[in-house]
Ligand binder design. Structure first.
Ligand SMILES: NC(=O)c1ccc[n+]([C@H]2O[C@H](COP(=O)([O-])OP(=O)(O)OC[C@H]3O[C@@H](n4cnc5c(N)ncnc54)[C@H](O)[C@@H]3O)[C@@H](O)[C@H]2O)c1
Length: 427
């Protein structure tokens, strides 16, 4: 016998009245992660410090208010998780698909009542069957590998508006995915800079709030990027960053006195996001990693978006070509640092620049969004059928393989898909 469809308003009212113990009985997944199992950035350092047998003093600052967590955002028992949604708010793929699947059909029904969301804005709903009490839906910019002022401002607004909603609803713990870095193609490094800088500024502007902001990364690439940047950007007065951390190797941050390099490194970080149209993605490969907490039920994925994925692939390859050239440039810069004779290098550089200029002339420029409408337009182009699901891979190639190899998932409950179809037809 099919389950009676719940009315989202009644369900929302009932769930928000329950205390935590009662709500826990209703979570769709019982392998949830309570907040006290998510170490703060400071505790991460403390555990490293204890391993080295050193005591830690001080505390109560920035590093007690942020965490870096690698895994599935749908299992985190926090006040709110942030969904990287699309402008329809009617579900889709990636983290959006996982959240809708884990929350149940009432989430779709409440989202449907919100009449969409503009890029950079955020709207809040109940979390329903999720361990999170609320879901904050925000729509990131469709960057497609290019980062200009519009994309930067829109992504910054996603974090600011999500934090604003958290505060307005009296919430204190929130988890963010890496917004826009998946299908929307925002380069991982500048996106992390924007996320960390925006959250840091917000925490400093709201010192009285006893907040915990969790950066929930899914890919190994993002974990390495966030760990390196947080080691520099989130320090308390008694925390230090070692030389190794600044070089970005994977040693966990440890507590040492702030060094001169730390401030140089953070300045370098600020320059990175200043350049317009910088195709920056020095991540070697956005390979997915098997993670214990990865949501096993998250839809493996349906197809229907081949052209989108194809397009992304082309974009991805174009970006990779650019990256390779950039890597070569970095190589020659390093030679310069070692005092190697650079005349030939300079000639090569000039030839390469000429080739690049020629390639740019031939290459059709990606649509630059003059204003939000353009972004929205390109968003719609990207979205195609919002029902398409995919796991959060930020690499078109992997997505394509995934999609080809995947079975029909039981993604968003069929009744909501039918109602979604009607919605689509009506619209
Ligand atoms: N991936 C697809 O093929 C596809 C298709 C249609 C829609 N979408 C979705 O993607 C669009 C938004 O693009 P986006 O780049 O902002 O989002 P995204 O494509 O979901 O990627 C955002 C980030 O979330 C990561 N991620 C994926 N699953 C999880 C999880 N369970 N827990 C934590 N992190 C996770 C993912 O690795 C990436 O780093 C929306 O339309 C949304 O519906 C994705």
């Amino acid at each position: 016998m099919s389950k009676k469809k719940k009315d989202w308003k009644t369900e929302k009212d009932r769930l928000l009245r329950l205390d935590r113990e009662e709500r826990r009985k209703e979570y769709r997944r019982q392998d949830f992660i309570p907040l006290d199992k998510i170490p703060t950035w400071r505790e991460d350092n403390q555990s490293n410090e204890k391993e080295e047998g050193k005591e830690l003093t001080g505390g109560g600052g920035l590093t007690d208010k942020v965490s870096l967590y690698k895994g599935d955002i749908t299992v985190l028992e926090v006040d709110a998780i942030v969904n990287a949604a699309n402008s329809s708010l009617l579900g889709g793929g990636g983290v959006d698909g996982c959240i809708h699947k884990a929350a149940g059909s009432c989430l779709y029904d409440e989202c449907h009542s919100l009449n969409g969301c503009e890029t950079g804005k955020a709207k809040i709903t109940c979390g329903y069957d999720l361990p999170a009490r609320y879901v904050i839906h925000t729509v990131g910019p469709v960057a497609r590998g290019h980062v200009g002022p519009t994309e930067t401002n829109d992504l910054t607004s996603c974090y600011q508006n999500s934090l604003r909603l958290m505060k307005e609803h009296g919430l204190s713990t929130v988890a963010f995915p890496c917004i826009s870095t998946g299908i929307y193609g925002f380069p991982n490094e500048p996106a992390a800079e924007i996320a960390l800088n925006t959250v840091k500024s917000w925490i400093e502007e709201n010192p009285d709030k006893n907040t915990r902001v969790i950066f929930c990364v899914f890919l190994e690439t993002d974990f390495a990027i966030y760990k390196k940047k947080m080691a520099v950007m989130f320090q308390d007065n008694d925390m230090e960053v070692t030389e190794e951390q600044l070089k970005g190797d994977n040693t966990p941050p440890s507590v040492k006195s702030t060094t001169k390099e730390a401030s140089e490194e953070s300045n370098r970080g600020k320059e990175e996001t200043g350049d317009e149209d910088e195709v920056d993605n020095d991540a070697v490969g956005n390979e997915d990693v098997e993670m214990a907490s990865q949501n096993p039920e998250c839809p493996e994925e349906i197809t229907g978006n081949e052209e989108l994925i194809e397009e992304n692939n082309d974009e991805e390859n174009a970006n990779q070509d650019a990256d390779e050239e950039m890597c070569v440039d970095e190589g020659s810069d390093k030679k310069e640092d070692k005092g190697v004779d650079n005349d030939k290098e300079k000639e090569k550089e000039k030839e390469k620049d000429k080739d690049e200029d020629k390639a740019d002339e031939e290459q059709p420029a990606a649509p630059k969004t003059e204003d939000d409408n353009d972004t929205a337009k390109s968003t719609e182009e990207m979205e195609g059928n919002p029902e398409v699901n995919n796991t959060g891979t930020s690499n078109g190639e992997e997505m394509k393989d995934l999609v080809e190899g995947s079975e029909e998932p039981d993604s968003i409950p069929t009744d909501s898909i039918q109602s979604k179809d009607t919605v689509e037809k009506k619209e």
